[in-house]
Ligand binder design. Structure first.
Ligand SMILES: [Zn+2]
Length: 332
């Protein structure tokens, strides 16, 4: 009987440890961060998200339910670099005791081309930065939950290997696109880190945030690039209205190469439903669309138009000469 009481006390003590202090509860601003965090947390707890799948974190409007989530969290992971600028106020007003960590800490940031002293937030697009995100999360969780540190370290090590494989995969795939066709045209400028890392030029109609509207001059600039470079395809994004890209495609006779995931994961049961899947899906879509041969008929048409001009010019010159000859004859 005594043993049974001891066992019961031990059980209460252990379950108190797991479900009390050491149960990890994380809140992330965006879905990419949530998936990375889930890989590190594993069975040790739960990870929640503020911006739902398909939502745009640049312009998200927080709800009272979000304030409650922030209040209940123990650890909050944000991207920073003004990706989710609204979150500072949300955290401040919630009265939470959670510790907030910025997961882009230590990333080699790309400066914004549009604004002084501001940086491009889309660092996760380069998988080596994804590894830094995971590392920052791991370090934060080990610090907050030291009793389960070894499991957190194990989960991280396994995931890091997966990310390294993904990094190699992306590079190998991008290398398959003919060099002159490595140009990625999207709605908003979310692929700078991706382009810089894997060697693909990027152009977008709007800047690194989705807050600003497209300007006519930007549409004209991108149209020019499509025509000058004979771009094989352009791309729509899952969180942005595709209207402008569709119009650009129509106006320039260029196909839409597919849908890319920039600021949100895809639905949970789809390929792009995880961070690894999102980067892989983007890469496969980009490589498939940009590797296609530029349509011969287009090139043929252009040459045909060019060559059909020559006989017209000759006829013109001959007629002009005849006219001149007639005038001179008449005067004489
Ligand atoms: Zn974005």
């Amino acid at each position: 009987m005594k043993n049974l009481i001891y066992a019961f006390i031990l059980f209460l003590f252990c379950s108190g440890q797991m479900h009390g202090q050491d149960k990890i509860e994380v809140l992330c601003s965006a879905s990419m961060l949530t998936d990375i965090a889930e890989n590190i947390v594993g069975d040790l707890g739960v990870v929640n998200t503020i911006v739902p799948i398909g939502g745009d974190p640049h312009i998200y409007e927080a709800t009272p339910r979000d304030a409650q989530k922030v209040k209940n969290a123990k650890v909050i992971f944000i991207n920073g670099l003004t990706f989710e600028g609204w979150i500072t106020e949300l955290i401040e007003n919630s009265g939470t005791t959670a510790t907030t960590y910025t997961v882009t800490e230590g990333v080699n940031v790309i400066a914004s081309a549009e604004y002084d002293n501001s940086y491009d937030p889309h660092a996760w697009m380069d998988v080596s930065n994804g590894i830094i995100y995971a590392q920052n999360m791991k370090n934060a969780l080990v610090k907050q939950f030291p009793k389960v540190a070894s499991t957190i370290e194990e989960n991280y090590a396994k995931y890091e290997k997966e990310l390294e494989d993904l990094n190699s995969y992306v590079q190998a795939q991008i290398n398959k696109i003919p060099a002159e066709q490595r140009i990625l045209i999207t709605s908003h400028d979310a692929f700078n880190y991706y382009g810089k890392k894997y060697g693909i030029e990027v152009e977008a109609i709007i800047g690194i945030s989705t807050e600003a509207d497209a300007r006519t001059s930007d549409v004209a600039r991108v149209s020019q690039v499509i025509r000058d470079r004979k771009v094989p395809a352009i791309f729509v994004e899952s969180t942005i209205n595709p209207k402008l890209i569709k119009q650009l495609a129509n106006d320039n006779g260029v196909p839409i190469g597919g849908e890319l995931y920039a600021d949100s994961l895809g639905e949970p049961d789809t390929e792009a439903g995880t961070y690894v899947g999102m980067i892989k899906s983007n890469t496969d879509v980009i490589v498939s669309a940009l590797s296609s041969k530029i349509k011969n008929e287009d090139v043929g048409n252009a040459t045909e138009k060019e060559s059909s001009k020559t006989p017209l010019m000759i006829i013109g010159i001959v007629l002009f000469a005849l006219l001149l000859f007639a005038i001179i004859k008449l005067k004489n």
